[in-house]
Design a protein around this ligand. Structure first.
Ligand code: G3P
Ligand code: CA
Length: 229
């Protein structure tokens, strides 16, 4: 079975990351899943923003967790990355697009410490209102464990960057190695979520190892390499 193609931050090689345009293009290109990062605003909304600050991806400046959703909405998250003007995307907006679409949603929670578990609680709450095939992910084992305790039926990925433990903790359903770890550990990869795979040689490596979910910024090209599943 070829890996499922997951559009990382949407089709972010062609559209500004985490914008509706990036996710619409991913769906149009036939992605099997979409990935997003979420952060909590000061007034408790989950927004799809990768960095702690908005400076790289918007026309504004500031730290997401210290701003309200209304404050974030005053900034353009499309033009700075070369696209059309775009509002900050909330997780609710993204769910509006992918719920009932048959496309899997991979949500990575950021800043696990700052709000002491509120990110995971809020995520469970938002997901419960939509019919969606969701997967929760984090580099933080504490965040994954907290989430699993709240939503045992939602699959989880423990993202891995530096080391790849032989055994996963019970609260993680999948290992989530960076593709650099796949190169370092020649006997591993089957059944994992692997990120972020754009080089065609790395895509071929993932296919060879039996990776289950492959996160890529370029879903159209990656689909061309892995084929339909
Ligand atoms: O899909 C996992 C991957 O997104 C983790 O890295 O920095 O792009 O969030 P990052
Ligand atoms: Ca991510």
């Amino acid at each position: 079975m070829p890996p499922e193609v997951v559009a990382h931050r949407g089709a972010s090689a062609a559209r500004p990351e985490h914008t509706l345009a990036a996710y619409e293009l991913a769906l149009a290109q036939g992605a099997d899943g979409v990935e997003c990062d979420v952060r909590l605003t000061r007034d408790g909304h989950l927004v799809c923003v990768h960095d702690r600050r908005i400076d790289r991806t918007s026309g504004g400046s500031g730290v997401v967790s210290t701003m309200t959703l209304d404050q974030l909405r005053r900034h353009d998250f499309g033009s700075r990355l070369g696209g059309e003007p775009a509002e900050v995307l909330t997780l609710e907006d993204l769910l509006g697009l992918v719920a009932d679409s048959g496309v899997r949603l991979f949500v990575e929670t950021k800043h696990p410490v700052r709000f002491g578990g509120e990110v995971e609680r809020r995520l469970v709450d938002v997901l419960s209102k939509h019919r969606v095939d969701a997967v929760m992910m984090s580099f933080s084992p504490w965040a994954v464990r907290r989430f699993k305790a709240l939503a045992p039926d939602v699959p989880t990925v423990l993202l891995l960057n530096r080391i790849w433990p032989r055994r996963l903790p019970a609260f993680a359903d999948y290992a989530g190695p960076g593709v650099h770890l796949l190169r370092r550990y020649p006997d591993r990869g089957a059944g994992t979520y692997c990120w972020t795979v754009d080089d065609p040689a790395d895509v071929a490596l993932c296919v060879d190892r039996g990776v289950r979910f492959l996160a890529t910024n370029n879903p159209a090209r990656t689909r061309g390499i892995v084929g339909d599943n």
